[in-house]
Design a protein around this ligand. Sequence first.
Ligand SMILES: Nc1nc2c(c(=O)[nH]1)N[C@H]1C(S)=C(S)[C@@H](COP(=O)(O)O)O[C@H]1N2
Ligand SMILES: [Mo]
Length: 340
Amino acid sequence: MARRWLRAVLSLRRAGRRTNVALLVVLIAAAVTGGIAFAAGTPIPARLATIAHGVFGLAVVLLVPWKTVIVRRAPLLRAASLVLIGLIALCVASGLVEVFFGYGLWWRLSPIQVHVGSALLAAPLLAWHVLHHRPQRLRRMDLSRRTLLRTGALAAGAAATYAALEGVGRLAGSASASRTSTGSHPISAAAVPATIWLFDQVPVVGSDHQVLVAGSAFSISDLASRSEAIPARLDCTSGWYTDGVWSAVSLVDLIPPEKLAAAASIEVASVTGYSRRFPANEAGNLWLATAYHNQPLQPAYGAPVRLVAPHRRGFWWVKWVTSVKLSDLPSWAQPPYPLQ
Ligand SMILES: Nc1nc2c(c(=O)[nH]1)N[C@H]1C(S)=C(S)[C@@H](COP(=O)(O)O)O[C@H]1N2
Ligand SMILES: [Mo]
């Protein structure tokens, strides 16, 4: 026991360049896997991304004792570095709140909004911090056996912490136990918040609204009369999901097959300018919905017509659809996340 303690202290004293490199690597990996977790809409990639994201996040926490030694040794602490520490602490804390307490609003913000917001603010500070301190070049020694062992120990420690927290959450009956593969928590249809991605605004759309689909105009009653009942899970990246039934018509039933076959992508645009581009071969699973649980859509929820994309996260479900356009552009010719 004493020997193990002594060894731990010794390795704490050895905190230095390699701790910094490790911390930078796990922070970047946490950010990248977080982005992938938002992009993934299907169970297996989503599960892998959320687990990896959790493990990298916990690795950041596990490196805190070593980083503390480095910070204590520093001759001067810049204010920006302290802000950076605060933002990363807030990011980790809000991530844990999201997992264990679930979706909710505190001062009109969800834990995920705080989590992503603090990460986005921390990113430029981290870049500044890394550039302003002695650049940490990789050395040959970094690939030594001992370093590999330490990396393995950090990975094993983070994975074990993840598994332990998962177990404790389950035993304690916390919200973590009921989250789905994307990490979202279930809410009832009645509790679904009218959700804006960033800065979009609920427009006023008349009931005489027509949607232009591959050049042909459809009225709302045209769409409604061709609709069928479609069960789908709306899984928002702000931490909730809900299962519901939409009255909707598939894009393959509205677009002539020869036109569809010639297109590479389909751009679905909102009256507001918000839009998403899909691969053309997804048309069969893209639906124009005019009703939810047999009720016409509410204005804030996309009335009179919105997209339902069962295999994709909520931000793809364009509300207040005005047009569906076929295009030669590849489906990735767009920002990975909407900008409005
Ligand atoms: N035009 C437009 N469509 C949008 C959004 C938006 O901000 N503008 N938000 C998206 C997001 S992030 C989600 S989760 C769903 C939410 O649908 P809801 O308001 O019915 O819950 O709509 C999507 N469609
Ligand atoms: Mo969302």
